[in-house]
Ligand binder design. Sequence first.
Ligand code: ZN
Length: 282
Amino acid sequence: MTSDPITPGGHSVFHDTMADMTYPEIEHAARKGAVALWGLGVIEQHGPHLPLATDVYVPAAILRGARSMLAARGIESVIVPPFYWGVNHVTGGFAGSFVVRPAVMIELMTDVFLSLKKDGFTRLFCLSGHGDALHNRTLLDGVRQGSRAAGIEGRMVVKRAAIARLGFDPADPHLAIGDAVASAGGNHLDVHAGDWETSLVWAAFPEVVRDQVLPQLQPTNLVQADLLEWRKGGEHALRTTPLGYFGDPAGASRERGRELLQREAEAVAGAIASALGATAAA
Ligand SMILES: [Zn+2]
């Protein structure tokens, strides 16, 4: 067992979130001016070795780390219970990938913003656990609508490197921009349920990784043209990645996963702290 906030042992995604707090504790946190942190993932196929909730588990671990790093900087925070009914366009053709309409996600997000405002929270940072472009654009639309409806200052934490692909404006006041964390190198792409993602889940939630099958999984050795085809979704994704993963899951390592989670958490905490600094200075 460890007391490390990122990998505390056990696999509850409620650990260290509002869901495990009592209502007087919530009132107290709001009175102290705590900011709210929210991971928004999806239930989606992640190959034969990772669970459907991978994109919920990863941001849960990153936000636990970010919360303790923010506390060390004197910034109080609470973690909102994870959102997992996100949008699957790319892998929607696989079993286990739930297909939710963007409008439903935006409306549900808005109600969560309104609930947080009712309880006295005024700032909310949202972190996506899922790479699908439509999910991320929907998330930012939800942040915009929720912020407007609730009178909350909402921001989506996003990596600088993802902004162009998603078509976001770097000057958008609803973004909190963080630095990229380098992942596995090489000519072949590691996009989905590969080395990077398997390492992260294995480090934080080892109980849910089918590590016995990892050595049998061959690397996909796919390149940029395959990625463009895969991103068309449906039959295209089924054909490009018949086993569901895009990358090299057998290359994963728990130790590297721990280091990567630490660096991801630092990047998120840094983006939030600088957004709060920008707010204070404005
Ligand atoms: Zn994923």
